[in-house]
Design a protein. Structure first.
Length: 250
């Protein structure tokens, strides 16, 4: 799917890290900072994705909003957007524990994306991942950053990215992104969580003819480490995988 990236209609510069309030620079090698034990009234903000007219224009700055997880951790998230003179919108996501105590701040520097972050349990492990759209491209493709919670903890870490028209998963436990490259070809990349990271597994190309029939093959132009499977195994395992769109929560 490497050929898709030059087609991006919006060039993206992102910086994602966990940082405390007041930080103006971010060292990706520095440990995450725990914010002061402040409390925030998340209930005072509207739910993300439930604001009429939000993001209707390509240059709209989305309003502040909140997310609420329904998993065992029961965390809340406050999403704050800020326009910048340099052309890059900035988004701060406060992770809140019970009683509104601020536990972590995720700082995202992204381009103009008229879509809010959302929560979904991508790997059916009982914990919700945080999915943040950071750029859009032609034919409906978008670039998403996935934050995954550490096992048994409230802390989130950047797991990786998914590129496509959405973030899907499969019944066999893979995270998938299906991207369009014109009307004929669809590229589907499969990844899996290894610890707190998304790891590439395989990518296939499904090509459709004018009658709606399709053929499936391995994407051998992918500029990433080779799959753990042979080409024959990739076709056998992944060409028949059904993509499932997780239901957003919060």
């Amino acid at each position: 799917m490497g050929r898709l990236w030059p087609m991006l209609a919006i060039t993206t510069c992102t910086l994602l890290t966990a940082c405390g309030p007041g930080d103006t620079t971010a060292d990706p090698q520095a440990p995450a900072k725990t914010p002061p034990a402040t409390t925030v009234d998340a209930a005072a903000l509207p739910m993300c994705g439930d604001i009429p007219g939000a993001g209707a224009g390509a240059h709209d700055v989305l309003p502040d909003c909140r997310l609420t997880s329904r998993d065992s951790a029961g965390l809340s998230f406050i999403v704050r957007h800020k326009a910048s003179a340099d052309g890059y919108d900035r988004t701060n996501i406060d992770v809140l524990g019970s009683g509104g105590k601020s536990l972590q701040n995720l700082y995202v520097r992204d381009t103009e994306v008229p879509a809010e972050p959302y929560l979904a349990d991508l790997d059916a492990d009982g914990r919700d991942e945080l999915i943040v759209p950071i750029s859009t491209a032609i034919v409906g493709n978008s670039n998403y950053v996935i934050f995954r919670p550490k096992a048994g903890k409230s802390e989130f870490v950047e797991a990786g990215r998914v590129f496509g028209i959405g973030v899907d998963h499969t019944a066999s436990g893979y995270i998938a992104g299906m991207a369009k490259n014109g009307p004929a070809d669809k590229y589907i990349e499969f990844q899996k969580f290894v610890g707190s990271k998304l790891v590439f597994v395989a990518e296939i190309i499904r090509t459709y003819d004018k009658d709606g029939h399709s053929t499936c093959r391995v994407d051998d132009e992918k500029g990433v480490p080779e799959s753990e499977f042979s080409d024959e195994e990739v076709v056998r395992r992944f060409c028949g995988e059904q993509l499932l769109r997780p239901t957003p929560v919060g």
